[in-house]
Write a protein that binds this ligand. Structure first.
Ligand code: GLU
Length: 502
């Protein structure tokens, strides 16, 4: 790789980023980091009709949340700015004109009514209208008109577009890092519009000019752009520019059935398809996912390390990733697997950090009216996090560490609270009261020897004890719970249970 690696993520601000877009950004980011290159954000907003307010801010925020900061882009001006195509619009016309001068493009005056007519007429005859070699000399353009006529019509202010002149009867040999070599017959291509009558370039022209001017070395983008590759390839050639290398990433497919993952699939399956929320659509961030989990599961959609390893932190992804290991075929999206990833990252997190997140959530949800000290919450987390997927699961898994149970699981109570249980619990209270160092280990030793000494069975003591402390039969080691909620609280709960169940 001789040229400096410079890659770009080039979204159009037409709405929120779909996670497919985030994956494209991710592969660009990883590739740039791996090769000590630059990761550029370019906003492709030449189509003003499709512009959506707030979409650019959304994209920037999403990249930021995912931990993929760009090196150059809007607000981070580098040598190659501006990075919004709408701010570069003065640049493009000269390039379109250059191609006309070289005989590689031409002016076309066909009105949209005329083109519509041709389309319908073809349709009626079971054909498809393609503006290219086979009919362009019969249409209204600078190829069929005399040069003076073309000049006059332009001078008179008539609307025109600039079209690429696709040569007839040629073979193109395209290269793509993911797809391999492809052969295309130019006769199947149409003469795409490069420059529109509204004075704006089309995606194709702006994209190629900017990739060239921004010295992009690798174009890594979604497979939906593969059909444009033949034109882009020819444009580089027509300008006499060195083309970047291309890598088209496989589609992200529905969890079941055929086709591309859509917003509707998310709504139906109850999982997010956006990194962060957009209007009513919940994002991964708001659903409680860690950004590391999201980037990890996205990396595995279409790329494989060639080993069994599935958990890759960003640093590891950067080390391991290569475009050569990106698959050709679509990657099926598995919402259950995304949860598994979150759980993996949850286990790897520091308890203190989780405690802070949990405390914030508790206060926000008004589940607690007092702030628990972080040390206490941290200890709780250590006991329950094994079973948690999201921070929001902590309440469900461990509310009894903060509030005493307000009722008891009915079935469990019926089963565990027998005729003599109140009496046994009463005796247990005396035992607990006598313990001076109320630590998990001490309580365990003392309670267990009391059970043995009394000739009681564990089954008579431990399950009802769990019931009164927790409200049900779930939870971690019972003595850990007691050690944490403390002597007073443990005894209080036993007394309440005797009163309620006895
Ligand atoms: N603006 C295009 C998009 O919205 C960019 C495609 C490309 O990367 O060339 O995805």
């Amino acid at each position: 790789m001789s040229k400096k690696v410079r890659v770009r993520f080039a979204p159009s601000p037409t709405g929120p980023l779909h996670i497919g877009g985030v994956r494209t950004a991710l592969f660009n980011y990883i590739f740039a980091r791996k090769h000590g290159g630059d990761f550029i954000l370019r906003i492709e907003d030449t189509d003003q009709n499709r512009y959506v307010e707030g979409a650019e801010e959304y994209i920037v925020e999403a990249l930021d949340w995912c931990g993929m900061p760009f090196d150059e882009g809007p607000g981070k001006e580098g040598r190659f700015g501006p990075y919004r195509q709408s701010e570069r619009k003065h640049l493009y016309r000269q390039y379109a004109d250059e191609l006309v001068k070289k005989g590689k493009a031409y002016y076309a005056f066909d009105t949209s009514e005329k083109l519509d007519f041709h389309r319908k007429d073809h349709e009626a005859r079971g054909k498809t209208f393609i503006y290219n070699w086979h009919n362009r000399l019969k249409l209204d353009n600078s190829l069929s008109l005399k040069p003076e006529e073309t000049e006059k019509r332009i001078a008179d202010g008539e609307d025109f577009v600039i079209r690429f002149l696709t040569p007839a009867d040629e073979k193109l040999y395209l290269k793509d890092i993911v797809r391999g070599d492809m052969e295309i017959d130019t006769n199947t291509l149409d003469d795409k519009v490069l420059y529109k009558s509204d004075g704006m370039p089309t995606y194709h022209l702006a994209n190629i000019v900017d990739d060239h001017l921004m010295e992009i070395s690798h174009v890594i983008r979604g497979e939906e752009w593969l059909p444009s590759l033949a034109l882009h390839w020819q444009l580089y050639d027509a300008f006499g520019w060195e083309a970047p290398q291309f890598a088209h990433l496989p589609l992200i497919m529905k969890p079941v059935g055929k086709g591309k993952l859509s917003k509707r699939d998310g709504e139906k399956g109850g999982f997010p398809v956006f990194p962060i929320s957009w209007n009513e659509s919940q994002g991964y961030r708001e659903a409680g996912y860690f950004p590391e989990a999201v980037t990890n599961f996205l990396a595995m959609l279409g790329w494989n390390p060639g080993t069994e390893q599935e958990v890759f932190r960003m640093e590891e992804l950067i080390q391991t990733f290569s475009l050569e290991r990106v698959n050709k075929s679509g990657a099926r999206f598995d919402p259950e697997k995304t949860k598994w990833y979150n759980q993996q990252y949850m286990q790897g997190k520091n308890d203190g950090e989780l405690a802070e997140l949990f405390s914030l959530a508790l206060i926000e949800k008004k589940l607690l009216d007092k702030t628990w000290n972080t040390d206490y919450v941290t200890k709780v987390i250590a006991l329950i996090k094994e079973r948690a997927i999201f921070v929001s699961d902590f309440w469900e898994l461990g509310s009894y560490f903060f509030v005493s149970p307000d009722n008891y699981n009915e079935k469990a109570a019926k089963k565990q609270w027998k005729g003599d249980t109140s009496e046994i619990m009463q005796q247990l209270l005396t035992v607990l009261e006598s313990i001076s160092d109320f630590s998990s280990e001490k309580i365990e030793t003392i309670v267990k020897s009391w059970i043995t000494d009394q000739g009681l069975s564990f089954g008579k003591v431990m399950p009802p004890l769990r019931l009164v402390l927790v409200g049900g039969m779930k939870g971690p080691h019972i003595f850990d719970i007691m050690g944490l909620i403390g002597q007073m609280e443990s005894m209080e709960r036993i007394k309440t249970a005797i009163a309620k169940l006895g």
